[in-house]
Design a protein around this ligand. Structure first.
Ligand code: FAD
Length: 351
């Protein structure tokens, strides 16, 4: 079995894995259907845990001077009182009776942040194949994988491509083609609707806020300061019982009075549906493995964490089968206890 490690998707999960593997001397091909800089529907808030993970993979903190800082407050639902009691070191009450997280939020538009990561990969001579879209993945005869897809050429016509790989690290986001091909579509209960609108800020400086407007619902809104603009959004988990979920475009109009970008996004799935490796040599990372926190909506840190873990399993295993099993079990060991803790909190909140 031969071929490089092919990483599909150059968001935070794929970029982290590719950097770690490349710096350890493994041949890596990183491809993305988009050209960078590209936007991504997101609250643009970077969880503090993300930074040490990126440094461990080999990134330099070139984003530091550009981080936009503001106070982060939460208000609304009692769920935060419970969170605050469970993790008092992270949450503090403010004079206004709201809860303050950490207490400073650091934000950077994803358009900028993801492009900074890709730039650093290029500076380390890792070629990023932009505009390469994966359409198919199949086992090859030598025990590895064959990936194929399309890319537009300068005339606008589409050309096909094919690559052999010893490993496939699928970091191709919420609508992961690899995941769909190997496991089918996401379970509806594992999905949420996300809506994002960019707006002019109100006069004067304002904190960034997470707002839980309905007492017995996990629906939340955010309003984050982002330079000259505010990033307004809504996150609404779906459930099987929730057959009549309104279309996301309607939600943008209903909550923000304007049109916005809407997305169906995966949530941290129940333990039995969390899959790290659907086949030997294929690892699912970040949103492709559904690692978004259902309560606070963050996933950039989980993406980087799974990218680092996947790269380490590739580097430190004696065989593809051993590395795939190691990744699957270590991912579950990391995320299942967190998921169970959140599930218990959510159940109490909704009861
Ligand atoms: C509404 C909303 C708000 C959020 N807010 C926050 C927040 O404030 N903070 C936070 O930490 N997290 C937030 N998240 C979660 C966060 O955006 C994701 O968890 C994170 O982007 C996951 O990173 P990733 O690398 O796995 O995937 P992505 O960042 O989605 O990257 C996937 C990459 O794969 C590429 N790709 C996709 N398909 C193919 C293909 N077939 N072939 C080749 N390339 C492909 C895409 O172009 C993309 O570049 C939010 C999510 C949503 C939906």
């Amino acid at each position: 079995m031969g071929g490089p490690v092919v990483v599909v998707g150059a968001g935070p999960a794929g970029a982290t894995a590719a950097m770690r593997l490349h710096r350890a001397g493994l041949p890596v091909v990183l491809l993305d259907r988009a050209h960078f800089p590209r936007d991504k529907i997101c609250g643009d808030l970077l969880p503090p845990r993300t930074f040490p993970l990126l440094r461990q993979a080999g990134f330099q903190p070139s984003w530091d001077p550009q981080l936009q800082r503001s106070a982060l407050l939460a208000r609304g639902s009692v769920v935060f009182d419970r969170l605050a009691r469970q993790r008092p070191q992270a949450w503090r009450s403010t004079e206004s009776g709201r809860l303050s997280l950490t207490p400073i939020a650091e934000a950077l538009p994803r358009r900028l942040f993801d492009a900074l990561l890709v730039d650093q990969l290029r500076q380390h001579d890792l070629p990023v194949r932009e505009g390469w879209q994966l359409t198919q993945l199949r086992p090859d005869t030598g025990g590895g994988w064959c990936l194929s897809g399309r890319r537009p050429d300068p005339s606008g016509a589409c050309r096909g491509w094919e690559l052999q790989a010893s490993w496939v690290l699928a970091a191709d986001g919420a609508g992961s083609r690899v995941r769909q091909q190997m496991l089918g579509s996401h379970h509806r209960d594992d999905l949420a609707v996300g809506v994002r609108v960019m707006a002019e800020p109100a006069k004067g400086s304002q904190p960034s806020e997470l707002i839980y407007p309905q007492p017995h619902s996990l629906l939340y809104r955010w309003s984050f300061q982002l330079g000259e603009q505010r990033n307004l959004g809504l996150f609404r988990p779906l459930a099987t019982a929730d057959a009549a979920a309104p279309p996301a475009a309607h939600l943008a109009r209903q909550w923000f009075g304007r049109s916005g970008v809407a997305w169906a996004c995966p949530l941290l799935p129940p333990p039995e549906r969390l899959v790290g490796s659907p086949a030997p040599g294929v690892l699912l990372l970040g949103d492709a493995a559904s690692l978004i926190d259902p309560l606070l909506g963050h996933g950039i840190d989980h993406a980087a964490e799974s990218g680092l873990l996947a790269a380490n399993c590739v580097l430190h295993s004696a065989s593809v089968a051993e590395g795939s099993l190691a990744y699957d079990s270590q991912l579950k060991a990391l995320f299942v206890p967190r998921w169970q803790q959140l599930q218990a909190l959510i159940r109490r909140q909704l009861s």
